[in-house]
Design a protein around this ligand. Structure first.
Ligand code: CA
Length: 246
């Protein structure tokens, strides 16, 4: 069962799974999500959370970074590596406000993050935003296929193949790559990419764009230390060069 069917079968109430070992925070998040009409499951650690995801796939996941046993980062990586959950929207909770943790969370495949202490309203807004993007993706028709040289992207199934091998891109990486192939050779600043790919309802730093570009390069470039497809335009932003696809 894919996520579209899951959403339809469960009806209009989106289901969110919270994985957090601190009772107070778990309770606070659960309370606020239920008040907003979400169905909520919860788990106290990564292993229990992983079981919960397998038993009943949520529409979105709120994942604490610091968990006993398997860390939030490890779990995030594990979920991203599996085809059933590689586009599951994940909002990460982090206790530390250091940039390292936030960047690491995004590197490991989280879609967004909030830093503790956070306002429940902010968290709910972010969950709504990731769900909106995810539904917009799932509901779009079997779209066109982009094929050029060694890259093939199926806009309907969100599959990406490079040199005939399927690559696991998270939702945002896919959206970023789609934006690039649809707007070749033009230079976009980080701020423009945030507006056009992330949308104005998401509050992230321009640095986030760099993190996603780096991850995307690892998936699609021949040598990500010498990118030929997604080019850095110094002190401006990025440009996609389809010529290098061959
Ligand atoms: Ca914790």
């Amino acid at each position: 069962m894919n996520r579209v069917e899951a959403v339809e079968r469960k009806g209009p109430r989106p289901r969110v799974l919270i994985i957090e070992d601190e009772d107070d925070i778990r309770g606070l998040v659960r309370y606020n999500l239920e008040q907003e009409g979400f169905a909520v499951d919860d788990a106290r650690d990564g292993a229990e959370g992983y079981e919960s995801v397998r038993r009943r796939a949520p529409d979105a996941l709120v994942l604490d970074l610091m968990l006993p046993g398997m860390s939030g980062l490890e779990l995030c990586q594990k979920l991203r590596a599996e085809s059933a959950t590689h586009t599951l929207p994940i909002v990460m909770l982090t206790a530390k406000s250091s940039e390292v943790d936030r960047v690491l969370g995004l590197e490991m495949g989280a879609d967004d993050y909030v830093v503790k202490p956070f306002s429940p309203r902010e968290l709910v807004a972010r969950i709504r935003a990731v769900l909106r993007r995810s539904h917009a993706q799932s509901n779009s028709d079997a779209g066109p296929v982009y094929e050029r040289g060694r890259l093939r992207m199926d806009m309907g199934t969100y599959e990406v193949f490079v040199d005939g091998r399927q690559r696991q891109l998270c939702l945002r990486e896919f959206e970023l790559l789609r934006f690039f192939v649809e707007h070749p050779m033009r230079v976009y600043s980080r701020e423009q990419l945030l507006d056009l790919v992330w949308g104005r309802d998401v509050f992230v730093e321009p640095r986030t764009v760099d993190v996603h570009v780096r991850r995307l390069r690892r998936q699609i470039e021949r040598d990500d230390s010498k990118p030929e497809l997604i080019l850095t335009v110094r002190s401006v932003g990025y440009r996609f060069n389809p010529e290098a696809l061959g």
